[in-house]
Design a protein around this ligand. Structure first.
Ligand SMILES: C[S@@+](CC[C@H](N)C(=O)[O-])C[C@H]1O[C@@H](n2cnc3c(N)ncnc32)[C@H](O)[C@@H]1O
Length: 381
């Protein structure tokens, strides 16, 4: 049975699905979901690029940030610095970080105890291969976070990939966007919210969707941050993703929501070509394309603060990487031809591209409120 047939059958038997449940099945159904069928979905041969696919430069710069974090933790942690990467895909970012740590930051390298947390089984199966000789630094490759972390929890483009609810403001008030099936096609259906948490989430933000407006409420992203924060006993959390503060995300500039699909480097936004394609793009081809939504940074940082984490910085990727020395003598990791190296840095940093769409949130527990190199240009949001 195809994933399309499986989801359609489930709807016929149990009624319409929330957007979050549809996304969970489309992306993570064991065996049939988009992420469950391949070790890595990004890069030239995949459907979209992340900063990791640009080259080893991103990981090399992150190694510098991790080294500063390691030194800030002081002598009591000199022999053990947990690096927990969540949403690690095939482990390429960890590989890039370790390459530079080994060559440029040997004390950090020796102290690293790496855990790669990844939902996709084929991606986990690739970890040892990707890490190569760095595998000796790997303590676990798992789909679950470790109980206790003393070091850093790191995630690049994880939160945007977590299944999100979607809502719309109608004449009857807040409605949830559900997924129904008509003949063989998936269609959107507005229904009373499946949980009061959706209205509570928007109320807490004082977010008012305008009539006809829609947006996403990513309860799973907030839960993920709460859970990760509880596991962080001492150290830092570094979350990098694309998103906006709530006041922008739930404003007129995003009134059609941000559910976006990526397929073979083609992007579709929530309602693009809805009529021509016979339905919203995010409902087409479940299991064959990525579905994402922009991150609500306000809720993420509030959830972290509620769990006792200190905000150390929230800045766009341009300023984050400049703070880490992207344009001066940045570490390069592996031998990189200099033109390619400079082009890669440009792609990562230049405003208007990844540098502006992506932001880095830096958090800490038990470390005071140091100004980290990545946050040296101060909070930009
Ligand atoms: C957009 S990809 C980003 C991959 C990589 N971090 C990068 O930047 O290239 C998101 C990854 O997160 C994984 N993922 C999704 N939910 C997860 C969860 N709850 N725990 C761990 N990994 C998860 C997906 O399987 C996928 O590999």
């Amino acid at each position: 049975m195809t994933l399309h047939e499986l989801i359609a059958r489930r709807i016929r038997l149990g009624g319409p699905l929330t957007t979050a449940t549809f996304m969970e099945l489309a992306l993570y159904h064991p065996g049939l979901g988009y992420y469950s069928r391949a070790p890595r979905r990004t890069g030239r041969a995949g459907d979209f690029f992340t900063s990791v696919d640009v080259g080893p430069q991103f990981g090399a710069l992150l190694a510098r940030q991790l080294d500063e974090m390691y030194r800030l933790l002081g002598p009591s942690c000199a022999d053990r610095f947990d690096v927990v990467e969540a949403g690690a895909a095939n482990g390429q970012l960890a590989r890039d970080i370790l390459d530079t740590a080994e060559s440029d930051f040997p004390a950090l390298y020796r102290a690293i105890r790496l855990t790669l947390v990844e939902a996709s089984a084929p991606a986990r199966a690739a970890h040892l291969d990707t890490l190569g000789h760095h595998s000796r630094r790997l303590v676990a490759s798992s789909d679950r976070m470790p109980d206790e972390v003393q070091g850093v929890i790191l995630a690049n483009e994880l939160l945007d990939a977590l299944p999100t609810h979607a809502v719309a403001m109608t004449a009857d008030g807040l409605r949830e966007i559900m997924v129904d099936v008509e003949e063989e096609r998936f269609v959107e259906r507005a229904a009373p919210p499946s949980t009061p948490d959706l209205a509570r989430y928007l109320d807490r933000l004082d977010a008012r969707l305008s009539p006809g407006g829609r947006g996403e409420v990513n309860l799973a992203a907030v839960e993920w941050v709460q859970d990760a924060a509880r596991r962080l006993r001492l150290g830092f959390m570094l979350l990098i993703d694309y998103g906006h503060p709530a006041e922008r995300l739930y404003s007129g500039s995003h009134s059609t929501g941000t559910l976006t699909t990526f397929r073979r480097h083609t992007t579709s936004t929530p309602v693009s070509d809805t009529e021509q394609q016979g339905g919203p793009p995010w409902l087409a081809h479940p299991g064959e394309q990525d579905i994402t939504a922009h991150v609500d940074w306000t809720s993420i940082r509030t959830a972290a603060a509620d769990e006792g984490l200190a905000l150390l910085g929230l800045t766009d990727q341009t300023h984050f990487l400049l703070g880490l020395g992207a344009l001066d003598n940045a570490p390069t990791g592996a031998d990189t031809p200099s033109v390619r190296h400079r082009l890669a840095l440009k792609t990562l940093v230049v405003p208007g591209g990844l540098g502006s769409t992506h932001h880095a949130l830096m958090l800490g527990r038990g470390v005071g409120t140091p100004t980290l190199a990545g946050g040296a240009f101060k909070t930009r949001m």
